[in-house]
Structures are given as structure tokens and as C-alpha cells.
Ligand binder design. Structure first.
Ligand SMILES: Nc1ncnc2c1ncn2[C@@H]1O[C@H](COP(=O)(O)OP(=O)(O)OP(=O)(O)O)[C@@H](O)[C@H]1O
Ligand SMILES: [Mg+2]
Length: 485
């Protein structure tokens, strides 16, 4: 016969016949729920039983003083080591001082669930006040069930995280990407605000996801908001929400993104687009950890980790007054920079192959093979749209190719739309590290580079000055200004 689901199976460890009887008598009223499955008189035998019969017992009731070597705290620890779900109730002799808290502490620390002191020996019906004793057995059983449930849901949750991490895996082993992954590992566990910087399509959101999934907030929400796509007048209600009836049209209360991200992570994408008045409010929330909801006088506590991203030079936005300096420092506690795809070398091919496998599987097609001269084109292309562009290119290719991907396939303008834009090492972007800088700074950079170049091909300063069409005195002054002397 199958044991009933809510039957509580007991292992009794007791070496005195009389006390075994008393325990039996105490639980007899509930014999349909509480079943003493085995009774043993020493610790070793008990431990063997637990080892050999996984999941057979829910609760152990053990006498504290038993003969044989293994007993007391040591026995508790050993049983818990074999099966941490088993709950242990300890019965001790009256002689043990019932107000000895250290003793109680030691038992609990060893892993006991509860303990009680035996009634005097002249009472045969009970070992202890029966309702308390039985209630404790029920509670112990409930605890075991809850612990099992928790383990199961924890397992499910962490399996979800493992799956998500696989989906959100950052492909690449070029130096800048290895460094990027190291930064993610280093900062994920702390709650510092992170500013992710990189040109469009380089994987800023992917990086934010990875930080979240590796943080202690991983089981909570990751809430992205694109600051550039929400009209100015709606930003505040999106971020902080509002109460029902707080203005005409507010028929229902709205949960703000900060509340949705409570205990989790808020991803502020395109943060440079945030209007100035929203910047002021955001700064205050970050400083105080509280939001002011529209239509509510009491502030609401929020615990949110902030990751912001931008493809602009935010420091420059500060200089030109479009972004608040104080907010900039709050967001940019740790900067993480992502380099453009064309600076990642062979990662281009790794990503290409990754997406090829992904899309062919998705469409139920055979994964095509990439030919060598096709690789050459991919490696020399400038990838202005970065990984996002590469992903789209692969998607188009997988639909159009079978078996092999050739150079001809790739240079088809329907596939690589601008395949003639190849990497150009002297381009502005390389000179300014992919950033757009104020003209003054670029002019200086250019002057310095050009002076260095002309000097390197000249035999003397006077010949360099002559090539540049400058009087020697002007030439010397300019070299000094540029830090070249
Ligand atoms: N290193 C990488 N490995 C795998 N996939 C990547 C990688 N980098 C980017 N991707 C993928 O490329 C696409 C673009 O990435 P993502 O949206 O994170 O970029 P972004 O920098 O936020 O772009 P935008 O500036 O346009 O918002 C996504 O599908 C992302 O999963
Ligand atoms: Mg993005």
C-alpha cells in the first residue's frame, strides 16, 4: 500500500523500553497521521537506517542520553549531513537544567528542530505535554515539506538563470572583449551604478543583462527603458508611476518602472536623451532611494540598481550643458566601454558563425559553411552598424545560401549593403577613438599628428619648417604649444 501523502514517518531513537512506550502513548491519539516506522536503541543503528533508506523518515525523535558512542549533538550533525531535510526532535532528562540556554543553543546549532524535557518517570501515558509534543511533530513535518519545496523552486530559478545566461552569452575572445567580461565579473556582485558606453549595436543592452544575471539581484526584474523613445511629458509617469485619480485621465494607478525594478535592475538606455527636468528627479531618487509618485504625498522606498547606457560622449554632453554634471557622476561610478566590432579582430568570424548556427537552427535549415575568402571580406569590412548589422547580414545570408557561404554571396549588395566601406586606419573615427570631439580638440590632435609626421620625414627642423611653409620662429613656437619640444 502507498503511504499516505501527509503521513508523518518517525524514526525513534531511545534505549529505554519504558520511554519508547511513553512516546508511543503520547502520539497514539494521532496514529492515523503519525507513524513510528522504526525504533532503534543506539546512534550507529539510527545513522545506518537513515543512510540506507533515503527519504524514509520525516522526523527523528531522539533521546539525548543514550548508550553507545554516537549520541547528542554529534548524532544530530551526522543525521543532518546524510539528509538535511529530516527534522530532529530531542528529548532530554529532567536532570538537564531546563533553563540552560547554552545547551539549547548547542542543540539548535547542531541542527535540531526542537527539544523538550521528559516528564517524571511515574507518568506512563505521556513523555511530554501531548498537544505541544504532537504540534511540534506537525510543525517539523511542515518545515521539511517547505524546505523541499524551496529547494525545488530554487533549482528551477537557477536553471532559468543558467538558460538566460546562455541566451545572453557574450561571444568573443578578442582582448577588448575578454577585458569587458572581466569588468562584468568584477562589478556585477556590487551595487555600483554602471555607465555602459559604446557605438550603436555593440551590445550595450547585452552587457547590462549580463551584469544583472551575475548579480545578487538575478532572480528579480531587469527593467529596460529607452529614454530616447518616450515623449518628454511622459517620462516622469513612466519612471515613477501615478496614483488613481491624480490627474484627469488617471483612471487607474500606474506602477512606475522604478517600482517594477524594486530589488532588481533598471536599465536606462540612451540616457543622454533624458530631458533636464527628468534628470533632476532621477538624481534625487538615486540620492534618497525614494520616489515621489504623482498624486501621493508619502514617498515610496525603492531599492534599485541602475545601469545606464549611451552612444554619446556623456562628458561632452555635460560640457555643453545638455546633461547634469551631478547626475553624470552618480551614473558613471564605473564606466564600461565597448569597442566597435571592427576593432575586435577574429571575433567577427566567431559572431558570424554563432549567428549562422542560430538562424539556421531557428529556420530548420542546415548550417552553411563559411569559405575562407568570404572571411577575408568580413574581416576587412568596417561594420558601421556593429554586431547588430552583422546579425542582420547573417539572417539574410542564411535565407539565401545553402551549404556554403562564398565571397560572392557576401559581396552581393543585397547582403552586405555597403561592402565597399572597408576598414580605413586613417579615418577620423580611428583618430578620435570613435568619438565626436569638439573641433578645437580635433584641430589640435590633427596639428600634432601632422607635425610629427612631417618631422619624421625631414632631416632637420629647418627643413620641416620649410615644408610646412612656416617661418622658423613660428615653427618653434607651435612645436612648443603642441608639446613636441
Ligand atoms: N558579443 C556579442 N555576442 C553575442 N551577441 C551579441 C554580442 N554583442 C551584441 N550582440 C547581439 O547584437 C544585437 C545588438 O546588441 P544590443 O542591443 O545589446 O546593442 P546596443 O549597443 O544596445 O545597440 P543600440 O545602441 O542600437 O541600442 C543583439 O541581438 C545582441 O544580442
Ligand atoms: Mg540598446
Amino acid at each position: 500500500m502507498q503511504p499516505k501523502a501527509d503521513e508523518i514517518k518517525i524514526l525513534l531513537i531511545e534505549d529505554e523500553e519504558f520511554d519508547v512506550l511513553r512516546v508511543r502513548n503520547t502520539v497514539s491519539y494521532y496514529e492515523n497521521r503519525i507513524k513510528i516506522v522504526n525504533t532503534v536503541s543506539n546512534g550507529r543503528a539510527a545513522l545506518e537506517l537513515v543512510k540506507e533508506n533515503p527519504d524514509k523518515f520525516d522526523v527523528v525523535i531522539m533521546d539525548y542520553q543514550i548508550s553507545g558512542g554516537l549520541k547528542g549533538e554529534e548524532l544530530i550533525t551526522e543525521i543532518k549531513a546524510v539528509d538535511s531535510f529530516i527534522q530532529i526532535i530531542v528529548i532530554t532528562k529532567m536532570t538537564i537544567n531546563i533553563t540552560d540556554y547554552n545547551f539549547a543553543n548547542r542543540l539548535i546549532k547542531a541542527g535540531a528542530f526542537w527539544y523538550c524535557t521528559k516528564y517524571p518517570g511515574n507518568i506512563e501515558e505521556y513523555i511530554y505535554q501531548p498537544t505541544d509534543f504532537i504540534l511540534s511533530i506537525f510543525n517539523a513535518f511542515e518545515k521539511k515539506k517547505l524546505e523541499k519545496l524551496k529547494l525545488r523552486s530554487d533549482k528551477k530559478l537557477s536553471q532559468n538563470i543558467v538558460n538566460l545566461l546562455e541566451i545572453k552569452r557574450i561571444i568573443g575572445d578578442s582582448k577588448p572583449i575578454v577585458q569587458l567580461k572581466e569588468s562584468i565579473e568584477k562589478y556585477a556582485k556590487s551595487d555600483v551604478s554602471i555607465l555602459v558606453n559604446g557605438p550603436s549595436g555593440t551590445g550595450k543592452e547585452l552587457v547590462a543583462w549580463n551584469i544583472h544575471l551575475k548579480s545578487n539581484r538575478k532572480y528579480e526584474n531587469f527593467v529596460p527603458i529607452n529614454c530616447g523613445s518616450i515623449p518628454d511629458e511622459l517620462i516622469e509617469s513612466e519612471l515613477f508611476g501615478y496614483e488613481k485619480g491624480s490627474f484627469t485621465g488617471a483612471q487607474n494607478a500606474k506602477l512606475g518602472l522604478f517600482e517594477q525594478a524594486h530589488h532588481g535592475t533598471l536599465f536606462l538606455d540612451e540616457v543622454a536623451e533624458l530631458p533636464l527636468n527628468a534628470q533632476v528627479k532621477l538624481l534625487r531618487v538615486i540620492q534618497e532611494g525614494e520616489i515621489e509618485k504623482i498624486g501621493r504625498t508619502k514617498k515610496v522606498q525603492v531599492d534599485v540598481r541602475i545601469i545606464a547606457a549611451t552612444n554619446k560622449d556623456l562628458a561632452n554632453e555635460v560640457n555643453t550643458g545638455r546633461f547634469r554634471e551631478d547626475l553624470y557622476y552618480r551614473l558613471n561610478v564605473v564606466p564600461i566601454d565597448i569597442v566597435p566590432l571592427r576593432l575586435r579582430g577574429y571575433d567577427i568570424i566567431l559572431l558570424f558563425e554563432h549567428f549562422t548556427a542560430y538562424f539556421s537552427q531557428d529556420m530548420g535549415l542546415e548550417t552553411p559553411e563559411l569559405e575562407e575568402d568570404a572571411k577575408e571580406i568580413l574581416l576587412n569590412y568596417r561594420w558601421p552598424g556593429n554586431v547588430r548589422e552583422l546579425r542582420n547580414v547573417v539572417q539574410r545570408l542564411v535565407l539565401n545560401c545553402t551549404g556554403r557561404i562564398t565571397a560572392k554571396d557576401i559581396s552581393n549588395p543585397m547582403i552586405l549593403r555597403n561592402h565597399l566601406i572597408v576598414k580605413d586606419e586613417t579615418s577620423f573615427e580611428n583618430m578620435t577613438f570613435g568619438q565626436v570631439l569638439p573641433y578645437r580638440d580635433v584641430e589640435r590632435m590633427f596639428k600634432k599628428k601632422y607635425f610629427e609626421y612631417v618631422r619624421s620625414i625631414s632631416s632637420s627642423d629647418s627643413s620641416a619648417a620649410e615644408k610646412l611653409g612656416l617661418a622658423p620662429s613660428n615653427y618653434y613656437r607651435m612645436c612648443k604649444e603642441l608639446g613636441l619640444k
